[in-house]
Ligand binder design. Sequence first.
Ligand code: HEM
Ligand code: HEM
Length: 353
Amino acid sequence: MLVDMVDDELSMVRNIHNYSMAPIGNAKMETCATNTNMCPRGSRQLWAVHNFMMWLCWVAFMCLIVCSARYFRHYWKRSIYIHATVGILIFVVTTVGVLMAWSRNPMRYGQYMYWRAWAALWENVATFMAWGLCISGMTAWFWRRYGTYEWGTTRVLQIGKVHRYSGQIFCFFVQGLIMFAIIDNFGFTRKWIFVSVFQFVGLAIIIGALEIRHQWIMRQEEPYKVPEFVMNGEELERRLHNGEMLMILDDLVLDVSQFYKVHPGGKFVIEHTVGTDIAKFFYGGYSLEDNMKPTPAFGFRHSNYARMIANDLAIARFDCPADGSTESFCRLRWDLDNEVNKLTRSFVLETLD
Ligand code: HEM
Ligand code: HEM
């Protein structure tokens, strides 16, 4: 096969003068890779590998990357690491793929970096986007995880937001590219149009189903699973003095000693609320930092995924009755909050039986 490929390449170079350069919309050029090994686009095998790499990267890996950051974010121990690993893989495979394409560009277009054919334009844009995403994702994550940003969570979150929205745009953008590339490289025939549309529809069904599930989860209120172990105030004090990272949410004691490293809102807010009742921040009544700049608003109201994570972090039921009281706790009703104005939200409190 390797010999064949080299052969193809040589024949291609020998025949190159027969082909004209391809400006945007040159249909003759766009379809020539289908049945010949002597095409200025490179050998058939090589382009099949190139196409497969693109598909792997921008369809299969894309599913993994969106799932880890969006649809399965409650698997907090693994999701960010899977996301980062797949992100780096996309970076590497895209780079190798694009270098393959660029190395042939002199033969195809007479220069390494070529933008004036649709395929080249899209591929280049997608490549630069993939690189930018990898860099922005890493910056957002490293800064959250290792950065020192005293009262500067806003800046860290902004990088995350840029990454998130450009990531979503990228995911849509490359689907168009994949469909185009399949037809472009294998031929404008019924078979390849079907393959192109079929794989897109298949992906759309999978992502559509996951998105519906996601929207459904977001609208639910995951009930808290209260552990059987009961911790009183003194026990909590003692553990905090021993350096354990615990916090209170309703009547749950949460152990955040691992979670603080991956908290999507940054480690700073967690480190600064260790040992306290975080309900007002968790439900969005208050903001620890003015992290909604430039629009000052409430604090951040956590999603249902955060409730699922809280269930994972809960290690005990906090028992702290007020003097003379038999009831130990009341809780904020998640579903009964009320927007008073842009800066204020009120909650309903109810006692637990
Ligand atoms: C080409 C590679 C990448 C793509 C296409 C990509 C795509 C995405 C997408 C679509 C989201 C938003 C999910 C949602 O809708 O909520 C996201 C979030 C995120 N990604 Fe990536 N990502 C890539 C690489 C990376 C890398 C290498 C890291 C490094 C750790 C990373 C870290 C993150 C983080 C921390 C978030 C959460 C951002 C936030 O919500 O504030 N990403 N990514
Ligand atoms: C241990 C309890 C906590 C858990 C399980 C948790 C979980 C999460 C999760 C999953 C997100 C991503 C968005 C979402 O799905 O809701 C998030 C974002 C955020 N969290 Fe927390 N969190 C906790 C505590 C806190 C505390 C105590 C604060 C503030 C004092 C805080 C501030 C934020 C902020 C500001 C964001 C916004 C991120 C953005 O704008 O993109 N969180 N948290």
